[in-house]
Design a binder for this molecule. Structure first.
Ligand SMILES: Nc1ncnc2c1ncn2[C@@H]1O[C@H](COP(=O)(O)OP(=O)(O)O)[C@@H](O)[C@H]1O
Ligand SMILES: [Mg+2]
Length: 328
């Protein structure tokens, strides 16, 4: 079982859309995929489930928040909730706006893990234990973890739960400047987690659950061409695009390598997603991947364009998995 997080401090760069389409491409190849909505905005949930289904899972308490709630409320530990089946071999652990309450207990949990306190480890590994527990229940092989654009405590717990992470980014100045901040925070979390786990093992702390290694491999970035700020001058755009490879190495790969995290021996860029314009909202309304749109929904040339995105997403997904295999 492998967990891949999609992470960038910058929002609106197409993380959620990309993650969903890559995951469905994997599913259509017979892989078993669990989508986890780790963003309180729950966009992944709304592209995976219909409104009635969302209401149902809130009622039946089958969301990521409900999985964490007993721990958050102090009444117990995480609860392995049942994910929702959205295809053969594909499930979603839905998101919830209350996920943000985890942020309230997580910082203290982190400090107390650093101080060697068992509750601290329980809280700091909650995302790891919950996502793996949910995936194990249905036999999922891949956990795709969608995250909000911030450096909050939930994301820290999520990155420690990840075997690798992909940075979806737009080729513009904002994404360029976000890269070093992604690298800086993730490498700091890795360092701190190592201190915590080393001291736990030195003291022979008995926790009753496995601790994640906490070494998320930077798998690379996916350039999202649609998200380019339309008005940006061509010259400036070129200059930023040209800076991305070096900035990715210096800002992400190197700080993580210093923290002892492996990386694939390949260029940072995994690939590119072009502007799919109206196909994206069309697929979202249909709760489908773009390439799943049928001839009745997308007509003529639009249908062909939609269908042809299968190769794009399948190739990107294949490359992500190869990079992960290579570094494990
Ligand atoms: N390849 C694409 N082409 C055109 N529009 C896209 C594409 N991917 C995403 N979008 C649109 O961009 C917006 C942000 O996408 P989203 O996946 O929600 O980003 P994020 O998760 O980074 O906030 C959405 O309105 C979505 O419909
Ligand atoms: Mg999103």
């Amino acid at each position: 079982m492998q967990t891949i997080a999609f992470y960038n401090h910058k929002g609106g760069v197409g993380k959620t859309t990309l993650l969903f389409n890559l995951g469905i491409a994997l599913q259509s190849q017979g892989k078993k995929v669990l989508f986890v909505d780790g963003d309180a905005q729950a966009n992944l949930t709304s592209i995976a489930l219909r409104d009635e289904q969302i209401e149902e899972v809130y009622d039946s308490e089958q969301t990521i928040y409900h999985g964490l709630a007993p721990l958050v409320e102090g009444s117990g530990d995480i609860e392995i909730v049942r994910p929702i089946e959205i295809r053969d071999n594909a499930w979603v652990l839905p998101g919830h706006i209350n996920l943000s309450v985890f942020e309230e207990i997580a910082p203290e949990g982190w400090t107390s893990a650093l101080a060697g306190n068992p509750r601290g480890f329980r809280v700091s590994t909650a995302v790891h234990r919950l996502t793996r527990g949910v995936a194990a229940q249905v036999g999922a092989e891949y956990i795709l973890l969608d995250l909000g654009p911030n450096v909050g405590a939930f994301n820290r717990a999520a990155l420690l739960a990840a075997d690798g992470f992909v940075i979806p980014m737009s080729p513009d100045l904002f994404s360029l400047t976000a890269l070093p901040s992604v690298g800086e925070s993730v490498s700091r979390w890795v360092d701190e987690w190592r201190i915590a786990t080393n001291s736990a093992s030195r003291r022979g702390l008995k926790l009753g659950f496995d601790l994640p290694v906490g070494s998320p491999v930077p798998l690379g970035y996916i350039s999202q061409q649609f998200a380019v700020y339309r008005e940006q001058p061509a010259k400036a755009y070129k200059r930023w695009v040209n800076q991305i490879p070096a900035q990715y190495v210096a800002g992400v790969v190197e700080p993580l390598a210093e923290a002892g995290v492996r990386h694939p021996e390949r260029e940072g860029k995994i690939g590119e997603v072009r502007n799919l314009s109206s196909l994206i909202p069309m697929a979202q309304r249909n709760r489908s991947a773009v390439f799943e749109l049928t001839g009745t929904l997308a007509r003529g040339a639009q249908f062909t364009r939609a269908r042809d995105t299968y190769n794009l997403f399948a190739d990107l997904a294949g490359e992500v998995l190869n990079r992960l295999d290579e570094t494990l």
